[in-house]
Write a protein that binds this ligand. Sequence first.
Ligand code: HAM
Length: 422
Amino acid sequence: MAKTIQAIRGMNDCLPTQSPLWQKLENTVKHVISAYGYNEVRMPIVEETNLFSRAVGEETDVVSKEMYTFEDRNGDSLTLRPEGTAGCVRACIQNSLINRDEQRLWYMGPMFRHERPQKGRYRQFHQCGVEVFGLNGPDVDAELIMMTARLWRELGIDKHVRLELNSIGSLEDRANYRIALVAFLEQHVDVLDDDCKRRMHTNPLRVLDTKNPDIQAVLGDAPRLSDYLGDESKQHFAGLCELLDAAGIEYTVNERLVRGLDYYNRTVFEWITESLGAQGTVCGGGRYDGLVEQLGGKATPAVGFAMGLERLVLMLETLELTDVRRSVDVYMVTAGEGTMMAGLKLAEQLREQVPGLRVMNHFGGGNFKKQFKRADKVGAAVALVLGENEVADGTVVLKDLIGGTQETYSQADVTAKLAELV
Ligand code: HAM
């Protein structure tokens, strides 16, 4: 036998048994975002490598270690997108979407990072992201957080996620803080691990993110970013906190929250769950007021977030919130001369008369027993049975596959009964 080929490590199929839950999640997400008047944008999966190194930052883990970068046949360096914000900003600049107008956008799709795969962390994963351009007040930041809170409620996971919030100030605030932080880290260099030693010079704020408990203990005495925030950043953050308080959204301010991508300023936030183990961040985002200009556009304030869909699916599974709509309502069972044609015709008629009804035809022959077994296997609620007699007198037998009862209807009357299944 020929050798079988496996999928790439960390890149998963979404199988027919899993896709109904994915569809339910995606539909709920789209429904909630649309309730705020946001519009979908779709970007290419491949972009010029430069876009990500300029936007996300050369020194970040994403750019320095995790990108899928290759040369195409023209010799250009291209990269499979590791995230959506950079491409979204590029699309807005290129298509003049934000010269005069504000934009409220969302996207959904696969992202690629060469990380070590584990539960909740994959090399191809899916994000839904939301990006708003042209608005600088804390009111938009608050709306985005309220939008995510609404989504958690709709999904039924709101009791299992918590919000962490921080302000990382302006570029200038951070430059001042950076000097103080590096001076502190230099005094404690003997406790730092290799990763932190490297970051101390390349991206010192990321040292605050360390999971190493010994280093965390030392960081308790580190200078605090909040002491370096300018008045405008402070006011912006206070404004956001006030709006969230008024909206009844609980949060904790985590002064160590800095996020792993370089483009952020002011507000940063993450929604975290304890139900998934190590990969507990289901959603992260913040302001990135400098990025549009940095990528060659007109200076435009911006804010957004992205959530990891695999992690949300895992949460729904862990919390057993996996009820989904049946994929088949009616299984069409036929036996006898001319019944297959009549069955196909009746199924078409039902799809027209009962919008949303899911009707599956039986193919491949076999006796009633075999056909009913198949109907059970696909999870149909009812079977419609057409024999030669039913075809002759325009009736159909409806067998309730859950209750076990059966009744004969005229083909015209059965639609009312089937409408109850949708
Ligand atoms: P991020 O924090 O890098 O932010 O990713 C957002 C979310 O994507 C994470 O919270 C996590 O749920 C999910 N995620 C990230 N990496 C993986 C992975 N390897 N496997 C599974 N899930 C993953 C961004 O990407 C920013 N673009 C978000 C943003 C939009 N900020 C402003 N606008």
